[in-house]
Design a protein around this ligand. Structure first.
Ligand SMILES: Cc1cc2nc3c(=O)[nH]c(=O)nc-3n(C[C@H](O)[C@H](O)[C@H](O)COP(=O)(O)OP(=O)(O)OC[C@H]3O[C@@H](n4cnc5c(N)ncnc54)[C@H](O)[C@@H]3O)c2cc1C
Length: 68
């Protein structure tokens, strides 16, 4: 099968990019692990990206003022 775009790695970046590109191109994502999502994530999302991604209010479990 032929695709316009091949993305190596289904971490956050590869998955998000695939979602964007799939609107105009046929996209395949190759992941070497048995699960998607890349590295472990604590679940912290910056306010700017939260708004950019258009996530629902129900996705917010807690609000933080900062993290170290
Ligand atoms: C413990 C921990 C907690 C974190 N918590 C947060 C958080 O709360 N908020 C936050 O914003 N960030 C957090 N991060 C950082 C976040 O996980 C990374 O910034 C993010 O995963 C980077 O995404 P990525 O898609 O660039 O890379 P990765 O997540 O590393 O994904 C790359 C993917 O490519 C695959 N891959 C690599 N080489 C190949 C190959 N040759 N063939 C096929 N597949 C391949 C890998 O298996 C992996 O699934 C955390 C990181 C860790 C380790």
């Amino acid at each position: 099968m032929r695709y316009d775009v091949l993305i190596i790695g289904a971490g956050p970046v590869g998955s998000y990019l695939a979602n964007l590109l799939a609107r105009e191109f046929s996209v395949a994502v190759v992941e070497r692990k048995g699960s998607l999502g890349g590295k472990a994530c604590t679940g912290i999302i910056g306010a700017e990206n939260y708004e950019r991604l258009g996530l629902p209010e129900s996705a917010v479990l807690n609000k933080l003022r900062g993290a170290v």
